[in-house]
Design a binder for this molecule. Structure first.
Ligand code: C2E
Ligand code: CA
Ligand code: CA
Ligand code: CA
Length: 286
């Protein structure tokens, strides 16, 4: 809303004010929401581009707020990061989704070609929290999930200029067999040579690249860029996952470019764990 003019002390934007109250309200409601179990997780399939099979899922947290309904993570993760609640919330997400992955594996066992994997997002605050490695080890041991079935996603921007102290816990997890993925890759202007220094095994190409593949044939410059990233990644032994795939044409072009795994509405929207189970089972039984 536009300011009415002269008076600086007048409330110029009642909408902004309402948003601020909501932000404040949401922030103060966060700790109780965790106690009351108002958070839940949706799972979005990760699909092998070569054969179209479901290989696992990314865990995406939501908040079922008693007044505002379902809130997406963009509404509350920044607030949780600001207050530090992201540490217990992130631990809860990790524990729930690791247990869920173990349950999928048990229900599929013999039929499935490869055990289903689970990807979980890590906020930068969790990276610097001293309990990260021990919590993760604990959660894996209690669930019985093998470390190789877990992938932790860290954004490229969180690791730009990362020093050894920041990388140490990630290295320990990688040594145990946990995959580390560089999320939103291509948006952070990181030095490509820097990649060798990071304990990552997967590049997750940002959605902006996938958007460039929307028309068929795609923009030749976009194609060259993605092709170059894939070649570099594979030469460093990194797998490439693409996100935001919304059409079959995008999937086909990304497959031809050599990308390994895809995620997006073309395959499935994020959904309840039962849905992932069904999608993976269809695959496993042909
Ligand atoms: P992200 O890690 O980049 O996750 C992918 C986002 O893209 C998700 O949004 C997903 O629903 C959306 N998406 C998936 N397929 C498509 C598609 O085909 N087209 C389009 N336009 N979008 C698609 P969502 O669920 O709203 O999550 C937003 C962000 O919140 C995530 O981005 C991630 O950074 C963060 N987040 C989600 N769960 C957690 C969590 O448990 N912990 C932390 N720290 N962050 C989380
Ligand atoms: Ca992610
Ligand atoms: Ca991403
Ligand atoms: Ca993103």
């Amino acid at each position: 809303a536009k300011s009415a003019g002269g008076n600086r002390f007048e409330l110029a934007d009642p909408e902004a004010d309402a948003r601020a109250i909501t932000r404040h309200g949401l922030t103060t409601a966060l700790p109780a929401a965790l106690d009351r179990n108002e958070f839940f997780i949706e799972y979005q399939p990760l699909v092998h581009l070569g054969d179209g099979s479901v290989r696992g899922a990314e865990a995406l947290v939501r908040w079922l707020h008693p007044q505002h309904g379902v809130l997406g993570p963009d509404r509350f993760i920044p607030l949780a990061e600001h207050t530090g609640l992201i540490v217990p919330l992130g631990r809860w997400v990790l524990e729930q989704s690791v247990r869920q992955a173990r349950e999928w594996q048990e229900r599929h066992c013999a039929e499935a070609a490869a055990p289903l994997r689970i990807n979980v997002n890590l906020s930068p605050c969790q990276l610097t929290h001293p309990g990260l490695v021990s919590d993760t080890v604990d959660i894996l041991e209690r669930s019985g999930l093998e470390p190789g079935a877990l992938c932790l996603e860290v954004t490229e921007s969180a690791l730009i200029g990362a020093d050894d102290d920041l990388l140490k816990p990630l290295r320990r997890l990688a040594e145990m067999g946990v995959d580390i993925a560089l999320d939103d890759f291509g948006t952070g202007y990181s030095n490509l040579a820097n990649l060798r220094r990071l304990p990552v095994s997967i590049l997750k190409l940002d959605r902006s690249f996938t958007q460039g593949m929307q028309q068929y044939p795609a923009d030749p410059v976009d194609l060259k860029i993605v092709e170059g990233i894939v070649t570099l990644a594979h030469s460093l032994d990194l797998a490439v996952t693409v996100e935001g795939v919304e059409t079959g044409a995008q999937a086909e072009q990304l497959r031809i470019l050599g990308c390994d795994t895809a995620q997006g509405w073309y395959y499935a929207r994020p959904g309840p764990p039962e849905r992932l189970h069904e999608l993976a089972l269809v695959d496993a039984t042909g």
